[in-house]
Design a protein around this ligand. Structure first.
Ligand SMILES: *[C@@H]1O[C@H](CO)[C@@H](O)[C@H](O)[C@H]1NC(C)=O
Ligand SMILES: *[C@@H]1O[C@H](CO)[C@@H](O)[C@H](O)[C@H]1NC(C)=O
Ligand SMILES: *[C@@H]1O[C@H](CO)[C@@H](O)[C@H](O)[C@H]1NC(C)=O
Ligand SMILES: *[C@@H]1O[C@H](CO)[C@@H](O)[C@H](O)[C@H]1NC(C)=O
Ligand SMILES: *[C@@H]1O[C@H](CO)[C@@H](O)[C@H](O)[C@H]1NC(C)=O
Ligand SMILES: *[C@@H]1O[C@H](CO)[C@@H](O)[C@H](O)[C@H]1NC(C)=O
Ligand SMILES: *[C@@H]1O[C@H](CO)[C@@H](O)[C@H](O)[C@H]1NC(C)=O
Length: 570
C-alpha cells in the first residue's frame, strides 16, 4: 500500500513539473490534478461538497483506497489519470427525510485520452459497499471520466447492520443521484468543457441503481447498460427468506435442506437432460424455460449421491415463481442456476444471517428477528409498505427518459441477464421489460427502438459460466474487473491485452456491449447482437457466440459450432 502511495506522490510532482504552476481554466486545457482544482466548484442549496483526496496515478499505475471494506482490492494497469474522492452532505431533504451523506470517487483520464463522456458505474450488492474503484477502473481505458458512489456506507461480507433511515435512503437512490449531479459539475470544471454524453453501467445492485436513477431523473444518462438488475427489492428479499424458511422448518430429515454437493449433483443432472433439448448438445442450456426436466431420476434415499423427496421439493420451490394468495411476488430461478444456489442457501450461517438480515435491519430493526417470525401474508405486504430506502425501481413508465432532451437519439437501455443466474432471476428482468412495455402502452417493436433485453445462456450472476463455459464476456458491467481480480486467471491477463473490456476488444462495438451502447446512442446504430466470448484456462478464446435482443435468440446456421459466425440472431 505505501508503495502505491509513494508512487502516486511521485507522479503528482512529475505532473506538476511538466505543467508548471496552477493555471486558470481555459476553453482547452484541463486543470491540474490537485485539490485546489476541485474546491469551491459546486454551489448547490443545502449541499456541502468536501474534496477528501486527489491523487495523480501514472500510466500503468494502480490505485487502492485504504479502509474501503467493500472494495479493498488494488486496481492495476490504469491509464494515467487523476483520482478524486469527494464527500457530499445534503440537507435539502430535511425535514421529511434524514440528512444525506455519501462519498463518491472520480477517475479523470488525461485530457488527451478523455473522450468527452462520463460513465457512472454501480455497486455490486447491498452488503459489501464502498466506492467501487475496481469497476471504475474499466472506464478510463475507453476515455470516460468515470464515477461511482459508496451509497453512504462502508461495509463488507454480508453485513446489513449498517442500516439507518438516512443510509437506507442514500443506498436506495440519493447517493447515486447526488453523485451524478455533483460529478457533472466537477468534470466539466476540470476539463473546462461540457460533457458530451453521460452513460451508466451496473450489474445486480448496480442494475437496480441505474434503473432507479433513470426513473428518478431522466436527465442523468443518455444510455445505460443494465445487468441482472435487483430492481424488485421489496419482493426479492422476502422470497429469499421464504426459500430459507422452507429449508429450516422441520427436522434434519424432513426439512429438505440442500447441501452444496447436492446442488452440484442437481446441476449436472439438469445439464444432462436439458442440453440436448435446445437442439444443440454443446454443454449449454440455451432455453431453460423450454426444458422438460424430470427430477425423479435423481430422487432416492441416499443423500450423498442424490436428493431425498423433501430436497426435491426444495429444488422445485426455487425454480417456481413465489406466489402469495395467488399474487406473483417473485420469479423463480431458471434451470441451470443450481450451481449458484449455495450463495443464498448454502449453509446454516448464510441461511440465518443474510437471508433474514433484510427483515432484521431494513424492515423491522429488530436484531432478535429469526426465520420463525417469517410469514407470507404479513412479511410481504410489510415489505411493500415499508419499501426500505425506497430502493425498488418499479416506476415502469420511463417515457421521460426515452424522449429526453431535443435529441431523440438519447435515452437508450441495453439490459442483459445470465440464464444460469442463481442470485437474481432472469425472469425478473423479462418481467421488468414486459412491465415497462405495458406501463408505456407500447409494442415490442417500439421497445426495441430504445430498450433492448439480452438473455445470456449459461452465464451466471453478472459474469462467469462455471460448468457450462458458455460465452459470457461481452464487457458487461464489472466483467473486466471481475476477470482481472480472479486470483487464478487474472495473472495471465497482461499477455492478452490489459484485460479491460473483453481482452483484445476494447471499444469494439461488435464484442463490447458498452461500446455498442455508445454507437446506438450516438450513431443510431441499434445493437442487433453482441458477440460473447468464453476462454480456455490460458485465456485463449474457447468459443464465441452472439447474444441477441429479446425475443430473438442465437440460432445455429452452419460451420464451427464454437464460432459466432456460425450463428445468427433469429
Ligand atoms: C471509443 O470509441 C469512441 C467512439 O465510438 C471514441 O470517441 C473514443 O475515443 C474511443 N476510445 C478509445 C480508447 O479508442
Ligand atoms: C470486514 O472488515 C472487518 C474490518 O476490517 C474485518 O475485521 C472482517 O474480517 C471483515 N469481514 C469480512 C467478512 O470480510
Ligand atoms: C435501528 O435502531 C437503531 C438503534 O435505535 C438506530 O440507531 C437505527 O437508526 C435504526 N435503524 C433503522 C433502519 O431504523
Ligand atoms: C439534494 O437533495 C435534493 C432533495 O432530495 C435533491 O433534489 C438534490 O438532487 C440533492 N443534491 C445532491 C447533490 O445530492
Ligand atoms: C421420470 O423419471 C422416473 C425415474 O427415472 C421415471 O420412472 C419416469 O417415467 C420419468 N417420467 C417421465 C415423464 O419421463
Ligand atoms: C413451519 O411449518 C409449520 C408446520 O407446517 C407451519 O405451521 C409454520 O408456519 C412454518 N413456519 C414458518 C416460519 O413458515
Ligand atoms: C413477458 O411477456 C411475454 C410475451 O407476452 C410472455 O411470453 C412472458 O411469459 C412474459 N414474461 C414474464 C416474466 O413476465
Amino acid at each position: 500500500m505505501s508503495a502505491i502511495l509513494v508512487l502516486a506522490a511521485a507522479a503528482t510532482s512529475l505532473f506538476s513539473s511538466v505543467y508548471g504552476a496552477p493555471q486558470p481554466p481555459t476553453t482547452k486545457q484541463a486543470l491540474q490534478c490537485v485539490i485546489g482544482s476541485f474546491t469551491g466548484v459546486v454551489t448547490l442549496p443545502g449541499v456541502v461538497v468536501t474534496i477528501e483526496k486527489v491523487v495523480s496515478v501514472p500510466e500503468r499505475g494502480s490505485y487502492r483506497e485504504t479502509g474501503n471494506l467493500g472494495f479493498p482490492q488494488t486496481i492495476d494497469l490504469l491509464p494515467a489519470l487523476c483520482a478524486v474522492t469527494v464527500r457530499v452532505t445534503n440537507t435539502s431533504d430535511v425535514p421529511s427525510k434524514p440528512q444525506s451523506s455519501y462519498r463518491f470517487g472520480i477517475f479523470l483520464p488525461t485530457e488527451a485520452r478523455y473522450n468527452s463522456r462520463m460513465l457512472t458505474v454501480g455497486s455490486a450488492s447491498c452488503e459489501s459497499d464502498g466506492i467501487n474503484w475496481p469497476n471504475m477502473g474499466e472506464g478510463p481505458h475507453y476515455g470516460f471520466a468515470t464515477i461511482s458512489t459508496d451509497n453512504g456506507h462502508n461495509s463488507n461480507g454480508s453485513d446489513l447492520s449498517w442500516a439507518t433511515p438516512a443510509r437506507l435512503y442514500d443506498w436506495g437512490y440519493r447517493a447515486l443521484h447526488g453523485s451524478v449531479v455533483v460529478s457533472k459539475l466537477l468534470i466539466e470544471h476540470y476539463y473546462a468543457k461540457p460533457i458530451a454524453r453521460s452513460y451508466y453501467s451496473g450489474c445486480s445492485t448496480g442494475g437496480r441503481q441505474g434503473l432507479r436513477e433513470i426513473q428518478y431523473d431522466a436527465s442523468a444518462f443518455d444510455g445505460a447498460l443494465i445487468g441482472a438488475p435487483a430492481w424488485d427489492t421489496v419482493h426479492l428479499m422476502p422470497w429469499i427468506s421464504r426459500i430459507a424458511v422452507n429449508q429450516l422448518n422441520g427436522t434434519a430429515t424432513t426439512n429438505g435442506k440442500l447441501t452444496p454437493t447436492q446442488m452440484s449433483i442437481l446441476a449436472a443432472e439438469v445439464l444432462s437432460q436439458c442440453d440436448r433439448q435446445d437442439g444443440q448438445t454443446d454443454n449449454i442450456i440455451s432455453q431453460p424455460g423450454q426444458c422438460n426436466f424430470n427430477i425423479s431420476t435423481i430422487v432416492c434415499s441416499n443423500p450423498s449421491t442424490c436428493l431425498t423427496p423433501a430436497q426435491a421439493q426444495t429444488a422445485m420451490g426455487i425454480w417456481a415463481d413465489y406466489t402469495v394468495q395467488n399474487r406473483l411476488i417473485s420469479n423463480g430461478f431458471d434451470l441451470s442456476s443450481e450451481d449458484q444456489w449455495s450463495v443464498y442457501f448454502g449453509d446454516d450461517t448464510t441461511l440465518t444471517g443474510f437471508d433474514f438480515d433484510y427483515e432484521r435491519y431494513f424492515m423491522y430493526n429488530r436484531t432478535s428477528y429469526t426465520w420463525r417470525d417469517y410469514s407470507d401474508p404479513v412479511t410481504v405486504p410489510d415489505s411493500e409498505r415499508i419499501n426500505p430506502g425506497q430502493a425498488t425501481a418499479n416506476k415502469f413508465d420511463i417515457s421521460a427518459y426515452r424522449t429526453r432532451g431535443q435529441n431523440k437519439k438519447s435515452g437508450k437501455i441495453l439490459m442483459y441477464h445470465g440464464l444460469a443466474d442463481g442470485l437474481i432471476s432472469p425472469r425478473s428482468s423479462l418481467l421488468y421489460y414486459n412491465s415497462t412495455m405495458a406501463a408505456m402502452g407500447t409494442t415490442l417493436g417500439d421497445m426495441r427502438s430504445w430498450f433492448r433485453f439480452f438473455e445470456v445462456p449459461g452465464m451466471q450472476h453478472c459474469q462467469f459460466s462455471n460448468r457450462y463455459n458458455a460465452p459470457w464476456d461481452f464487457a458487461g458491467a464489472g466483467q473486466a474487473s471481475a476477470l482481472r481480480l480472479l486470483p487464478t486467471l487474472g495473472v495471465g491477463l497482461p499477455a492478452v491485452g490489459d484485460g479491460w473490456s473483453v481482452p483484445g476488444h476494447l471499444n469494439d462495438s461488435n464484442y463490447d456491449a458498452l461500446a455498442a451502447l455508445v454507437q446506438w446512442v450516438e450513431n443510431d446504430k441499434p445493437v442487433d447482437k453482441v458477440i460473447a466470448t468464453a476462454f480456455n484456462s490460458d485465456f485463449s478464446v474457447y468459443r464465441t457466440r452472439p447474444i441477441c435482443p429479446y425475443p430473438q435468440r442465437a440460432t445455429y446456421v452452419s460451420g464451427d459450432i464454437n464460432s459466432a459466425s456460425s450463428w445468427r440472431c433469429a
